[in-house]
Design a protein around this ligand. Structure first.
Ligand SMILES: [Zn+2]
Length: 266
């Protein structure tokens, strides 16, 4: 702050005289008080610096190559703080929903969703790790997607819509379960998987709207969003698509019962 020429080069102020260097400062006013301590520290830092005529370069000291990559940095952070096992879960893929939802599910399975608990694990200083929806329980990924009262009621409503038992979709394991309880064709199970993944994605979206937009949502609003969005996503990607929205809302299994001639996932 005291430098008179804000565009000055380090080489203008530090003259190398091997093995030490001399400095020639040009302050706007003589340093005093705390500035004198800072100046002493600065003089110590530059005392042994040797400048060359070569252009400046950056060197990344955390890698032997000296080259910075975000991949290498992510790996260092993972090893230091997250303790994530090297064996990774296979990337999920459901072609009936957008790729962003497949990526979201991968993040859920790898505990990479920034719930309050995960943020705290990574050293983020938060006022509270309680769930932002109910403010009663700590916000883990399992809690926010399945056990918080609004989330569990949304999931119950989805199970009613699909005419499935209450426990069919009630925890993280059910995200990748093979849906044998569903009495439907292979296509039917595939569509149900798309619904499960889209539902968790949309529940998380509404959680973020609450946290960042400070808006309250009811079960009916979230359910309606899941029904209409999933219809839009699936009907667009369903080959020989003949899905009708009003029938989808009344009985999605209509299209995917084992005897149905209407399925056509490619
Ligand atoms: Zn909660």
């Amino acid at each position: 702050m005291l430098e008179s020429n804000k565009s000055v080069l380090v080489a203008d102020r530090i003259k190398s005289n091997n093995p030490t260097s001399t400095t020639s400062w040009n302050w706007t006013r003589p340093p005093n008080g705390r500035n004198l301590t800072e100046l002493a520290e600065l003089n110590n830092l530059v005392a042994t610096i040797t400048l060359s005529d070569k252009p400046d370069t950056w060197k990344w000291n955390l890698d032997q190559t000296g080259i910075f990559t975000t991949k290498a940095l992510a790996s260092i952070l993972d090893n230091l703080k997250l303790n994530i096992p090297t064996t990774t879960i296979k990337t999920p893929r459901n072609k009936l929903i957008p790729q962003k939802i497949n990526i979201f599910i991968w993040r859920v399975l790898h505990e990479r969703i920034p719930t309050h608990v995960e943020l705290e694990k990574r050293g983020v200083d938060l006022d509270s790790i309680l769930c932002p929806l109910c403010n009663l329980h700590i916000e883990s990924i399992e809690h926010i997607l399945f056990h918080c009262s609004i989330s569990s009621n949304v999931l119950k409503a989805i199970l009613q819509w699909w005419n499935l038992p209450d426990n069919t979709f009630s925890n993280l394991i059910d995200i990748t379960s093979n849906n044998q309880s569903l009495n439907a064709s292979q296509n039917g199970a595939y569509i149900w998987q798309a619904i499960k993944w889209a539902s968790t994605y949309i529940i998380w979206k509404f959680r973020n709207l609450k946290v960042f937009g400070k808006k309250e949502w009811c079960v009916a609003t979230i359910l309606s969003e899941i029904q209409t969005q999933s219809f839009a996503w699936i009907s667009k990607r369903f080959k020989k698509s003949i899905l009708m929205c009003h029938q989808w809302l009344v009985n999605p299994l209509f299209y995917i019962s084992p005897n149905s001639q209407r399925s056509g996932i490619g």
